[in-house]
Design a protein around this ligand. Structure first.
Ligand code: SF4
Length: 447
């Protein structure tokens, strides 16, 4: 089992994805059933029916965790309405950021919740097959899923006659290897078809034209794992988890300058400060400078911005996104200019090249960031950086590169002093950028 510290959270934080009553053996079906797993699937099939499940999801306020956060009820209804001889449910557990373990921890420790949510989805939209797309190196998660499927099949939750209802449902796990872009849903579907892929313009949406051209419902494992709670516990209980526009909980992985790095389940609607508190906050010997929220293509939030509400809408306005769920706390020893330049270079390397402003523009942004670090800024670099970011965001086909502009643009917005130290005074306050002082080589004053 993957080693990771699951952080204690305040009692007022509900635990929907990794509840306290998880069976010690994650594939122990009897223990899981005794604790309530699979009762939601029965309720969905025998009482709610597809319309009732969609109504419950719509009322819950839950949205998909990626950009643009489509309401679940709308997405499921679109797939349910699509007419086809075959439909698929895909659990996107590829998790592009290999350093983030949240999805594989969920699959290893609570596989039946993800499976049950996906089975409810299959019943609701009329799919016959569930495919779990998992990073190939997540071997423990893959083994756990395969064991869980075998046990679920014997218990009648999979096969030609699910729970005696006549429903046909199969499930499989597909290990995948590939670049960062494989986590994007249209690329992932091509990967499952055995094709090399770049993101597709939507519409047509995957709910009507997805895997092998058939209607496909695709979400991450955290989204599916929350569905049984909505169906089972009732809408009111779920809304209590976060009485804001974005309902539900997410798993975050907190690292960097904190007392106890680890994984925590937090409700959307708390503040970023409360999220960091689950990791014990910043040690007294260190000073918080910034928080990188959302992984390599995430945004930098300054120390004074910790009271931002932790949900997709608020973070987006603040220049970040939940993204991979990675939260890295940066202290005074790091240079945010160097960090932003490095992150942008990584994102430029990952861009698939389909959209020209992204392919060329991100590379130019990375070069500008490097000029800041080298003490060689050009006069119009800051303005050019912002123009490029606007062009990339307006033309981006996918979420990854929309977010890839966030790190560098956050410098002018939140870290102007540190940026000016590099481009005006030719110094790096953190002493990270070398060689920063090449005054004779400078070509003009930065704006
Ligand atoms: S925005 Fe970038 S990564 Fe996304 S499809 Fe276009 S070129 Fe590829």
């Amino acid at each position: 089992m993957t080693n990771a510290v699951i952080l204690e959270t305040p009692a007022r934080f509900p635990r929907v994805l990794l509840p306290a009553n998880l069976p010690s053996n994650p594939t122990d079906l009897e223990a899981a059933q005794a604790s309530g797993w699979f009762s939601a699937l029965r309720t969905a099939i025998t009482e709610l029916k597809p319309e009732g499940v969609i109504a419950a999801l719509s009322a819950s306020g839950m949205r998909g965790r990626g950009f643009p956060g489509v309401p679940l009820g709308d997405k499921w209804e679109s797939c349910a309405r699509a007419e086809a001889d075959r439909k698929y449910v895909v659990v996107n557990a590829f998790q592009s950021d290999p350093a983030v373990l949240t999805d594989r921890i969920l699959l290893e420790r609570n596989p039946y919740a993800v499976f049950e949510g996906a089975a409810i989805a299959a019943f609701t939209v009329g799919a016959q097959e569930i495919i779990f797309a998992v990073r190939a190196e997540a071997t423990d998660a893959i083994r756990t899923l395969e064991a869980a499927f075998a046990i679920a099949r014997q218990a009648g939750y999979l096969g030609d006659n699910v729970m005696g209802t006549g429903l046909e449902l199969q499930a499989s796990v597909r290990p995948l290897e590939g670049s960062y872009m494989l986590g994007e849903e249209t690329v992932l579907l091509k990967g499952l078809e055995g094709r090399r892929g770049q993101p597709d313009q939507q519409p047509p949406y995957t709910t009507t034209q997805g895997l092998f051209g058939k209607p496909t419902l695709i979400h991450g494992p955290q989204t599916f794992a929350a569905v049984p709670t909505i169906v089972n516990g009732g809408i009111a209980e779920y809304l209590e988890t976060s009485p804001k526009a974005f309902a539900g909980t997410v798993l975050v992985q907190i690292s960097g300058a904190v007392v106890q790095p680890g994984i925590a389940e937090v409700p959307l609607g708390v503040t970023l400060r409360e999220v960091l508190d689950t990791a014990g906050g910043v040690p007294a010997s260190r000073r918080l400078k910034a928080v990188l929220v959302g992984g390599p293509s995430g945004g930098l939030i300054p120390a004074i911005g910790l009271d931002v509400t932790f949900d997709q809408g608020s973070l987006q306005k603040a220049g970040a996104q939940i993204g991979s769920g990675s939260i890295v706390v940066v202290d005074q020893t790091a240079c945010v200019v160097d960090l932003a330049a490095t992150l942008t270079r990584f994102s430029a390397d990952q861009a698939c090249g389909k959209t020209i402003p992204c392919r060329i523009g991100l590379r130019r942004m990375a070069e500008i960031g490097q000029r800041f670090c080298d003490g060689l800024p050009r006069g119009d670099d800051v303005a050019l950086l912002n123009d490029l970011a606007v062009d990339i965001v307006e033309s981006a086909l996918c979420d990854h590169e929309r977010r890839a502009t966030l790190a560098l643009t956050s410098l002018a917005r939140y870290f102007r002093d540190e940026l000016d130290a590099h481009i005006v005074r030719n110094t790096c306050p953190a002493g990270v950028c070398h060689p920063i002082a090449k005054a004779g080589a400078r070509t003009g004053a930065a704006s």
